[in-house]
Design a protein around this ligand. Structure first.
Ligand code: HEC
Ligand code: HEC
Length: 365
């Protein structure tokens, strides 16, 4: 069981680590740093959640030479979405003792599943500016570390907020999802690869999927995986006021008529739908490694902030999701490529007024 010494890169630690890296020196753990977990099993739900929070922010998935490269390069950070808070904390980055005994910068869940919005840390929101492919390309271009040309080409196609998390040869980068309303979902991931039958399913799949990144060398203690699941369940969008106007009320009725049959759970997600029926790009659903032939109706909490939309992040706004123009050859607003974005035609046949009402309602979720 692996319970490493690991510390989140808060402002003070980040600046000393950055100085060390800039000088080309070896990293060292601040003396007296204890292991991530003190070995005490939590005794109530609040303690489980607190431990899970520590795992989310500070349990290293793996050492990341790319982040070590980015830390002394603020312009690169800004260009690829390696974010810090106004105080200078880098959510998702840690300094830790790796399995081989070396002290390294590592990444945690929070590097993809938190974001800084107007100076505020939003925990659970996808980091849609994070361009992991671009970061890695910058690293290889400057260091001349060898890399396959084919991988370089593919990484350039990921773009911000997307990563190819499968190990197969399919070209199926997927948008990082928000982590709201997980408890209500019967399946997890965009293609619904995980039957979500309870917290253990959530904890264990996270562990196996993401720690293979660490080449199966390590397993976290069971308690940490459970605590992480409890923490994920506790995540919710930050509260906000959304006035219920007559237009919103009309939009809600339209939603109940047109959308609710699929987006039917408490977080407005639902049961997986055959990819052929929803009609969006099939590469991920049919992928060799994790293809299920389906996509899940994504939860719609805080959907106003979740663009670009769909599993591939091909549609920039909610207006575009519902617009018939998106389906036409002349469509040019996709961040991925010019041309139509087919599929999920629901609502595109409504009048412009009805679509506006529907969007007004969606923006209240
Ligand atoms: C490099 C970025 C990255 C990191 C780091 C990362 N994730 Fe994710 N996560 C993703 C992507 C991309 C997906 C979508 C995968 C898919 O749909 O196939 C995802 C999906 C998920 C889902 C499913 C959500 C849903 O709506 O179905 C959960 C839960 C999750 N991640 C939790 C975690 C946890 C916990 C950690 C840390 C142990 C973590 N992730 C680390 C990128 C990341
Ligand atoms: C037949 C089932 C079905 C119906 C009906 C349906 N949806 Fe969906 N919805 C899905 C599926 C499946 C996805 C995921 C598709 C993908 O990512 O390729 C999705 C995705 C979405 C997304 C993107 C979410 C994100 O995080 O990117 C939005 C927004 C959305 N639906 C809104 C609506 C609205 C509004 C309606 C009604 C006008 C509606 N849906 C009707 C199945 C449905």
């Amino acid at each position: 069981m692996w319970n490493p010494r690991s510390r989140a890169l808060d402002a003070a630690l980040a600046s000393s680590v950055t100085a060390t890296l800039a000088a080309g020196d070896g990293l060292a753990m601040p003396p007296g740093t204890p292991p991530l977990w003190d070995g005490q099993r939590p005794t109530n739900q609040a303690e489980w959640i607190e431990l899970g929070r520590r795992v989310f922010f500070a349990f290293p998935l793996r050492a990341e030479v790319f982040m070590e490269f980015a830390l002394p390069r603020p312009e690169l950070q800004a260009a690829v979405g390696v974010e810090h808070t106004p105080a200078g904390d880098f959510p998702g980055l840690v300094l830790f003792d790796d399995v081989d005994g070396r002290t390294r910068v590592g990444i945690t869940c929070a590097v993809c599943h938190t974001t800084v919005e107007d100076g505020r840390l939003i925990i659970g929101a996808a980091r849609r500016k994070f361009d992991y492919g671009k970061l890695r390309i910058a690293y290889h271009n400057e260091t001349h570390e060898p890399v396959e040309a084919e991988l370089m080409r593919r990484m350039a196609t990921w773009g911000p907020g997307r990563a190819d998390v499968t190990e197969d040869l399919d070209e199926d980068p997927v948008a990082i999802p928000d982590l709201w309303g997980l408890r209500d979902q019967s399946v997890l991931t965009q293609a619904g690869t995980i039957r979500h039958i309870g917290p253990a399913a959530l904890a264990i799949r996270q562990e196996t999927q993401l720690l293979h990144a660490n080449h199966q060398r390590i397993r976290p203690p069971r308690e940490l995986a459970w605590a992480l699941a409890m923490y994920l369940y506790s995540l919710a969008p930050p509260p906000r006021e959304s006035p219920v106007t007559p237009e919103v009320t009309r939009g809600r009725a339209l939603f109940d008529d047109t959308c609710r049959k699929c987006h039917d759970n408490a977080a407005y997600g639902g049961e997986p739908v055959p990819a052929a029926r929803v009609g969006t790009d099939r590469a991920l659903a049919d992928g060799g490694a994790r293809g299920t032939g389906t996509y899940r109706p994504a939860p719609l909490l805080r959907i106003f902030a979740a663009g670009p939309y769909f599993h591939h992040g091909a549609v920039p706004t909610l207006e575009d999701v519902l617009s018939p123009e998106r389906l036409q050859p002349g469509y040019t607003r996709s961040p991925l490529r010019p041309g139509p974005v087919p599929g999920h035609e629901y609502g595109t046949d409504l009048s412009a007024d009805d679509r506006a009402a529907l969007v007004a309602f969606l923006k209240t979720l």
